[in-house]
Design a protein around this ligand. Sequence first.
Ligand code: MN3
Length: 272
Amino acid sequence: MSFQNPYNQSYALQATETLESEACIAKPIEAQRRTFLKGLSASAIALSAMSAHNGSALAQTANRPPNQPESKPMFFTLPDLPYAHDALQPYMSKETLEYHHDKHHLAYVTNGNNLLKGTEWEGKSLEDIVKGSFGKNAGLFNNAGQHYNHLHFWNWMKPNGGGAIPGKLEKAIIDGIGSVDKMKEEFIQAGVTQFGSGWCWLAVKDGKVIVAKSANGESPLVTGAKPILGCDVWEHSYYIDYRNRRPDYLKAFIENLVNWAYVEEMYEAAIK
Ligand code: MN3
């Protein structure tokens, strides 16, 4: 096993963490197929994923030895982080991002591609795979769901994040939740009270901004809402930097890491 978490011995592995440790085992066969997504918008992620998809299809065809059956190109690809691994310090360390992006997210990509093969969702969009496989194909859902969540998670953060919320989004938050302070308080509380692995969210449901939480690889997508901000509360996201202090991690995330411009883009797309 290539992944060695020095803290594994210091805390009990919960049942929901099994997924996490299993995901670490997968070998990084997709590492060469990364695509550069610096500064991309939410909608551009989908387009870029498709162009990476097509690019790899071409490369695969060109490199295929004669008389070998044509294999389908991998659908899920791991984008590079939109900033350097050390750019979020001191709130999120280089080491955390090296494990979290380079190993954990890569494992979801690799496993997701393997589990997608031969299913009815091959060729569908990522959102359709996530929504369609929920409750029907747990293995595929877990990996596709986590791929979707992490694609956005990297963009929901930025160096020198936090700060002022763009006006239209701020108004929607106040209309939906009451105030910006209340939103922050409820968002942190959702993350703190998510038992075991999961995520806390801001989402748009019926045109209104709400706070939500979900287990494992689930997201508001599976409840008919649109996620606009999510924070990963799996231990792999904070244990190196914060150990068991999940509330401190959530506070640092909302105050110092959030890329509110990206949240606003997702809000605009969600209310269309
Ligand atoms: Mn994660």
